[in-house]
Each structure stands twice: as structure tokens, then as C-alpha cells.
Design a protein around this ligand. Structure first.
Ligand code: SF4
Length: 705
């Protein structure tokens, strides 16, 4: 780990997938005007990073069974117990649950230890909760999980469609770029497709408040409209796309006529036709999508229905024309690249025999996982059922963030060996830990992150970690060494890990995968330490223009080189039954999402007054009509219940919601309120392809407190 640098350093924001560059000397902080993501701008969360480092309580030393322990004691204990559990129950009895907050280097070591040395694939990440449906949609359509677009496309297009995202709040600097582009280019139309009239939707030229979950019908209707109104790029389809016959057969139905789609989606037909017309006629169209699409029982299909419309028009990876999945976390993309999801092996390789053998030869590992591991919800079910006996949670708070969170807490409480790596002992998950490991945080450790547009940046340390806090990669590598794999985990520092990961992406990669970071493997420590943000691919033979976008040449990562259209059928959300005693007018469909000023479960933002004061308590919002029908009063405390559990919140009015639909922010935990964590209410329903939970639709009932 490099020493903390003195003087001003350039680093990257710790919060969201926009990946803004920051310049700081530890006393003052500004946006980095040279960073391609933000050109110097920061939102309130990024601008508050130095203040948020003053945690009320830091975890300074390892703790074993609640008692202060040395690192040697804690790591020896973990290695011994892992070895014992593998001997008794096999490697599947151990699980890792990691995070898009990790650096690429942490992710790489965790993935290598689990899949290459313990020999199972039960490592999953909280990225499963935010974009795994987009990952699967990319893999199905493009043959590889590659985002084809870059932020500049948001400024080059003439039609920007935002689906299932409140970008103004959740990716503020991207939205700022969109606003600036609109003021420069009055032709640029903004369409927002979202059940709620959010801050983003308020600024749109057209808002389509679709019925929750009806996205596939809407985009299938668009594809049919393109067919019937000369909107297809037939040359592109013939040369670069497969699956057109199957999709055409599906679309050959009156249910995809605009009037029928408008009825299915609950939107005005004239507005729907306006959107279809604009998309059909405007070659420079970008569709930006996020959690409202992904967090569904059909998130993968929704992503593919969006990509279908872009493939039919030949608008993929071209300037101002592409589908664009935007990620939630600072390094969700780096984790995807490394293979941190249980459904990937490593470096965009899956579990085919060829890939397993290739990775095993590269790692020189004694064993290797040969099948996908458990996805997040299933992983915690296995903990609950005691099939997983030891779980290592790193930099995430599943006690609050997973669906059916009361059951997750039961699983954590009863886990035979729960290890938690955290900056503070004061999280809902850390409270259940048998072993707590103190982690270095933002500003205290370095590493690499990849943002939503494939831009690789460095986070850099400018202060020493407090107490005995250490980077996560170091703790993981030490456990590997103590389990007898000294040579495989003998990293002297971050750069050794990054070079090894980069070499793996290039190993026997004859162009079969676009992820190829071989150039990084050639760089010295000094060159890596001085790294300037750059989009991959990094091969100098690839021009800067080609680095900005992928698949623009119409050649994809599938075996036949063609992109795949997916004939996807609309499905209804999968809802719990209403409670038997539910009162009329008090049965609502609950949507959840983020606030502008908070981050995840508030572990890094909840202690700062400046960020807390805009929304100081948990609330549930409904519109005026729904409020009247409920017989409840605005401002009163209410119990919100589902078949799973109940939570307490204040009832507020938001006329941007449809009748009988409610919204609650997802950040609150029991540390901040009596009982505010909304995921207690959410059923553990997942997309069957991606395993991503359906956070956006839950049936709830409300009663006065
Ligand atoms: Fe940080 Fe995201 Fe805000 Fe940029 S937009 S400053 S990355 S939280």
C-alpha cells in the first residue's frame, strides 16, 4: 500500500457510478477539472467527503467474539476455521458477500481466493442488487457485459430517453451535463419513462408515467412502431443482428399497437405516439436506464427490450446513439470486470471448461470453481439454512439492503462464523459479527475504480488509516497465505494486483473478449501511481475515438459476431397477497428508491447534519387522492405492513405519484430510526435470469401508529 501522499492529490469520489474526479490536500476538496466525468463539478455528497470522514465511531482494532484481538489472531482464526469447514463440508460451505465500494484490487483478490483457491463460486456482491439485470441483458444481446456508450453521447444526442432513473438526484453530475447540453442544443428532447413524476421527470419534454412493471410492453410497442413506420435500419439488421424473425413473430400482435400499449401501460396514447414518433425519426437517440428497469422480476427482459429498439435502428455504440446502462456504485463496473459476481468466473469469462482451465492455468491454482455460485438472495437463504457455515461480508450492510431483511438478520444472527470488514462497528450487519476487521476507507487507501462509461481512475490515499485499519485486499491476501497459498497471494502492494488482473484480461484473449487491459500490465509502479483517467480498451492500436464507444463497427462478442435481438414477453410484477385485514383505501403498491443527499444505508452519510437535514426522518408518500381515500392525515406516523414485516414512517403527500401508489426512500436503518428500513417489507422475489431483487414493487397496507 503506498504511503499517504502529502500536498494536493487527485482521487475519485467514493459514492456513485458517475465517478467524478476530486482534488484534495485533506483540508480542502474541489472537483478535478481534468477528469473527463465531471470537468471539476461535484454534487453535495461528493463535496462533503472530507466532512463525512469524521465518523462518530471508527473500528480501530480487530475484534474476535467481541474482544480486542491482534490481526495475527484474527487472521489465523479465520484461516483455521475456513480450512476446518472446507474439510468437513466442502468449499460451498463458505460465502463472501462483497461490494461495489471495493477497489478493483480488493475485488480481484477476493475473487481469486474464493474461486481459485477455496474452489467454489459463492462470492457475490451488492452490485447484484443494482445492475445485474443490465449485465445479463448485455451478455444476451452483445455476448459480453460491455457498456457501448460514454457520457459525451448524452451531449451529442438529439433525443435522450431516461427509463427508470431519477438522474437529477441519483447521478447529479450526469444530469448537470444533460442540462448544460439542453441549454446548448434546444433540439435535444428529453423523455422520461417512470411511474413517478420525479425531479428528473419534471424537467422532461415528455413524461410517460407508465404502470409499474409495464416497460417491456412499452418497448415492444416501440419496436412494432419502428417496423410499421419505416424506422428499421434493414442493412444493419441483415449484417449485424440475429433473432429478427423470432422478434417479428412476437410483435405481430394487436397488443403492441399504440392504443393497446397505452392501455397496458396506463399512459396517454397521444403522448406514447409522440415518443414513438420521435424515436423513429431521430437517429441520434440515447436511452439511459437504471434501477427502475433492473430491480424487477423481469429486469433482464426489460433491458433487452430497450436494446432491441436500438439494434433495430442500428443505434449502438455510435456518437449520440446507444443504449446506456448507468451504474449505482463507484466501482460496480470494476467488480463486473474482475468477476465479482457469482455468475462470472473472472475477467468477463464464464464457467465453460475452456475458461475454467484457462483461468486455473493463469492462477496456477490447485482447484477452481467450475459452476456459478449463489446469487445474493440465494446466498443468504443458504446462510439461513446453515448450508453456508462461514460468511465474510466486506463493505456492505445486507441486514438493511437485502429484501425480506428481517429474515436476513436471522441468517446473520445464526451464522456459525460471520466475519465483517468495516470502517465502523456501528452498522446493522457489524453488530452480528463474530470477527470484526477494521477497514481503511476513502482517503486512507488507494486503488482503481471503473465508472459507468468504462473510465478507469485511481483513488489515492492522502492520510494514514486510523488505529490498525488496513485495506481489504491485504486482509484477504493474508488469509490466503495462512491457508497455505503464500506464493499466490504474495502481493507487495496494489500495483502488483492490478498488473496481475490486467494480465489475466489479456491471457489467451485473441479478441474474443473486449475486456483487454493488457497495457496496464506493462506499466511500472511510478506509471501506475501517476495514472490519468482513461476509458478501456487501452491498447494504443485502438484509436481514442474507438475507445469512447464499443460495438460501433457492428461486430459483437457473440460466437457469430452478431448482436442478438431477444423476443421478450411482458410479465406482471410478482406480488405478495394483501394482508387479510387490510382496510379499504389503505392498500398501496410501494416503490422504493434513493434520495439526493444520502448514500445506501446511511453508514457513510447519516452522521452529517448537512446531508441529513433535507430528509431527517423516514417517510412514505402518496398523492392527494390516495391520502383522502385512506382517511389518514398528512404528517401522521403510520405503520406500513406487508406479508413480511412492518415499518414505521411519516405519511407525506407527493402528487407526482399515481393513485394507490406509494414511495419510500431505501436508506433508513434501525440505527437511525425506531423501525425504518423499508426492505423489511420487500419480498425476496428475483429476476430468474439475473437474480436481481424486485425492489420496485411491493404490496403494502398502512395503519395509523
Ligand atoms: Fe460523487 Fe456521484 Fe456526486 Fe459525482 S455525482 S460527486 S461521483 S456522488
Amino acid at each position: 500500500e503506498p504511503q499517504a501522499q502529502s500536498g494536493a492529490i487527485k482521487t475519485t469520489c467514493a459514492y456513485c457510478g458517475v465517478g467524478c474526479g476530486i482534488q484534495t490536500n485533506g483540508q480542502q476538496l474541489t472537483g478535478d477539472s481534468d477528469h473527463p466525468a465531471n470537468h471539476g463539478a461535484l454534487c453535495i455528497k461528493g463535496a462533503s467527503l472530507l466532512e463525512t470522514m469524521a465518523y462518530p465511531q471508527r473500528l480501530l482494532y480487530p475484534r474476535v467474539a467481541g474482544k480486542h484481538a491482534s490481526w495475527d489472531q484474527a487472521l489465523d482464526h479465520i484461516a483455521e476455521r475456513f480450512t476446518q469447514i472446507i474439510d468437513e463440508s466442502g468449499p460451498e460451505a463458505i460465502g463472501f458477500y462483497v461490494s461495489g465500494q471495493l477497489m478493483t484490487e480488493d475485488y480481484y483478490v477476493a475473487n481469486k481466493l474464493m474461486k481459485g483457491y477455496l474452489g467454489a463460486a459463492n462470492i457475490d456482491t451488492n452490485s447484484r442488487l443494482c445492475m445485474s439485470s443490465a449485465v445479463m441483458a448485455h451478455q444476451r444481446a452483445f455476448g459480453e457485459d460491455v457498456v457501448p456508450a460514454c457520457y459525451a453521447d448524452l451531449e451529442l444526442c438529439n433525443l435522450l430517453v431516461i427509463v427508470g432513473a431519477n438522474t437529477a438526484w441519483t447521478h447529479p453530475i450526469v444530469f448537470r451535463r444533460i442540462q448544460q447540453a439542453r441549454s446548448r442544443n434546444p433540439q435535444l428532447k428529453l423523455v422520461v419513462i417512470d411511474p413517478r413524476k420525479t425531479m428528473t421527470a419534471e424537467q422532461a419534454d415528455l413524461h410517460l408515467p407508465l404502470r409499474p412493471g409495464s416497460d417491456v410492453a412499452l418497448f415492444n410497442g416501440l419496436c412494432r412502431y419502428l417496423q410499421q413506420n419505416n424506422g428499421l435500419d434493414e442493412r444493419y439488421i441483415a449484417d449485424h443482428v440475429s433473432g429478427y424473425a423470432e422478434l417479428s413473430q412476437l410483435l405481430d400482435s394487436a397488443e403492441y399497437e399504440p392504443a393497446a400499449v397505452a392501455a397496458t401501460c396506463g399512459v396517454n396514447e397521444r403522448d406514447l405516439r409522440a415518443f414513438y414518433h420521435w424515436f423513429c425519426r431521430e437517429p441520434k437517440s440515447v436511452t439511459l436506464f437504471c434501477q427502475g428497469v433492473n430491480q424487477s422480476n423481469q429486469g433482464t427482459d426489460k433491458g433487452n427490450s430497450i436494446i432491441n429498439a436500438h439494434l433495430l435502428t442500428g443505434r449502438v455504440g455510435k456518437p449520440g446513439a446507444s443504449p446506456f446502462s448507468i451504474t449505482g456504485q463507484p466501482n460496480a463496473m470494476g467488480g463486473r470486470e474482475v468477476g465479482g459476481l457469482a455468475t462470472q468466473l473472472a475477467a468477463h469469462m464464464g464457467f465453460s471448461e475452456q475458461h475454467c482451465d484457462r483461468v486455473q492455468r493463469f492462477w496456477r491454482s490447485p482447484t477452481i470453481a467450475r459452476k456459478p455460485g449463489l446469487k445474493a438472495v440465494d446466498l443468504f437463504t443458504a446462510v439461513h439454512e446453515k448450508k453456508i457455515r462461514a460468511l465474510w461480508v466486506i463493505a456492505t450492510n445486507p441486514a438493511i439492503s437485502l429484501p425480506d431483511s428481517a429474515r436476513v438478520r436471522e441468517a446473520l444472527a445464526n451464522c456459525e462464523l460471520l466475519i465483517v470488514s468495516e470502517m465502523t462497528p456501528n452498522t446493522d450487519t457489524a453488530k452480528f459479527a463474530d470477527i470484526l476487521l477494521p477497514a481503511a476507507g476513502w482517503g486512507e487507501r488507494g486503488g482503481t475504480v471503473t465508472n459507468s462509461e468504462r473510465c478507469i481512475s485511481r483513488q489515492r490515499a492522502f492520510t494514514a488509516p486510523p488505529g490498525e485499519a488496513r485495506p481489504d485486499w491485504w486482509a484477504l491476501a493474508e488469509v490466503g497465505k495462512r491457508m497455505g497459498f503464500a506464493e499466490a497471494f504474495a502481493y507487495q502492494g496494489l500495483n502488483d494486483i492490478l498488473r496481475e488482473f490486467a494480465a489475466l484480461t489479456a491471457f489467451e484473449n485473441q479478441g474474443e473478449r473486449q475486456l483487454h487491459l493488457g497495457e496496464l500490465a506493462k506499466l511500472s509502479d511510478a506509471e501506475l501511481d501517476a495514472w490519468q483517467p482513461a476509458r478501456w480498451p487501452l491498447n494504443p492500436a485502438v484509436s481514442i475515438v474507438e475507445r469512447d464507444r464499443r460495438f460501433g463497427d457492428g461486430h459483437f462478442s457473440t460466437p457469430d459476431g452478431k448482436a442478438r435481438l431477444m423476443a421478450v414477453q411482458p410479465q406482471l410484477p410478482q406480488l405478495d397477497l394483501p394482508a387479510p385485514d387490510a382496510s379499504p383505501g389503505r392498500n398501496w403498491l410501494l416503490n422504493t428508491g434513493r434520495l439526493r443527499d444520502q448514500w445506501h444505508t446511511m453508514t457513510r452519510t447519516g452522521h452529517l447534519t448537512r446531508l441529513m437535514e433535507t430528509e431527517p426522518y423516514p417517510r412514505i408518500s402518496v398523492n392527494h387522492t390516495t391520502l383522502l381515500a385512506s382517511g389518514l392525515e398528512q404528517g401522521q406516523l403510520v405503520w406500513i405492513g406487508s406479508r413480511r414485516d412492518q415499518v414505521l414512517a411519516r405519511l407525506e403527500r407527493d402528487d407526482g405519484l399515481a393513485d394507490d401508489e406509494a414511495f419510500m426512500p431505501m436508506h433508513w436503518s434501525d440505527l437511525f430510526t425506531a423501525r425504518g428500513g423499508v426492505n423489511r417489507l420487500v419480498a425476496p422475489v428475483v429476476d430468474p435470469i439475473s437474480g436481481q431483487p424486485q425492489f420496485k414493487q411491493s404490496r403494502v397496507q398502512v395503519q395509523p401508529f
